[in-house]
Design a protein around this ligand. Sequence first.
Ligand code: NAP
Length: 324
Amino acid sequence: MASNKVNEKLQLAEGVHMPVIGLGTWTVFGERGNAQQVKNAVKAAIDAGGRLIDCAWNYGNEAEIGEALQDKLNEGTVKRGDIFITTKLWDTHHNPKLVKRALQDSLRKLKVDYVDLYLFHWPVSFKDGDEIVPRDEHGNVIFSYHDHLDTWKAMEECVDAGLAKTIGISNFNSKQIERILANARIKPVNLQIEVSPYFQNSRIIDFSKSHGLTVTAYAPFGNPARPWKEADQPNALEDETLQKLADKKGKSVAQVILRWHLQRGLAVVPKSITPSRIKQNMEVFDFELNEEEMNTIARLDRNMRVYVEPIALSHPDYPFNEPF
Ligand SMILES: NC(=O)c1ccc[n+]([C@@H]2O[C@H](COP(=O)([O-])OP(=O)(O)OC[C@H]3O[C@@H](n4cnc5c(N)ncnc54)[C@H](OP(=O)(O)O)[C@@H]3O)[C@@H](O)[C@H]2O)c1
């Protein structure tokens, strides 16, 4: 059983504990939410007891998140040490010379001296610089080819400098993870990957846990509002089996899904800009799914990855061609 208490945490390193549930902040699409809504969402999450905020340099909203955090710190609602902040190194900052500067830019925007977890966002490098998706005159993304190990060394130096308490990886496959583990001076403590009822990603979860990494599920509902959703793709939040389970438990489908993630031993970062949903997403510690109910959800898997990252498909370090 993974968690029964509000503010249950996963240990990442000596003295560093990550809350198992937090707020996702990727809201770059106009109608899905703007930067001001992110600010309100962060405040609503903290008010609802949320203590983990999942950010990234390329989300373009770290400054607003920083303002919300600052407001909450000034109000005295929370202290910096109560909040766990994750942010991520973007694909255009893999050059070891750019890594520390990129993190410092995130810290300046977030208005904090350190992050609790700094993630290597994707294993594919784009052309060095601050343009999020650099393209040539034909519209093709311009790649670069930095060795993960060189980038990782620069991330380790961010820990040495006190800018990140811990470091981890996101969207790496098992071979790429093994290479980091075999060569790291400071080991990755967390893998952030897509996991949802329709994309259960079990092999890499088992692999990561057996190698001592904690795992965070992103897109825990399969991001049903994604603009690239195809008409025939199902929406987990409308799944009939999950709805029946939710009715039985007196909970929402979203809460049942989150509870399922927690009972798999994962941390989870649902995104919402809707205060009532943000509150609801934190209220998942007062019920349990039994083994049969967990198995019922396990049978919903349909290997439906929604973050395929098509712009990186032809990069030699594209992670998702491996079995896991
Ligand atoms: N490491 C990576 O490469 C990576 C990639 C993707 C995502 N992430 C992280 O993971 C976070 C979550 O993923 P995601 O944003 O793609 O998708 P998601 O959390 O699976 O889904 C978000 C959608 O669910 C809705 N929602 C949230 N709570 C709900 C509830 N209780 N009831 C009904 N609907 C609800 C939201 O609506 P409203 O907002 O309208 O309320 C939003 O449309 C991101 O924000 C980001 O922090 C990381």
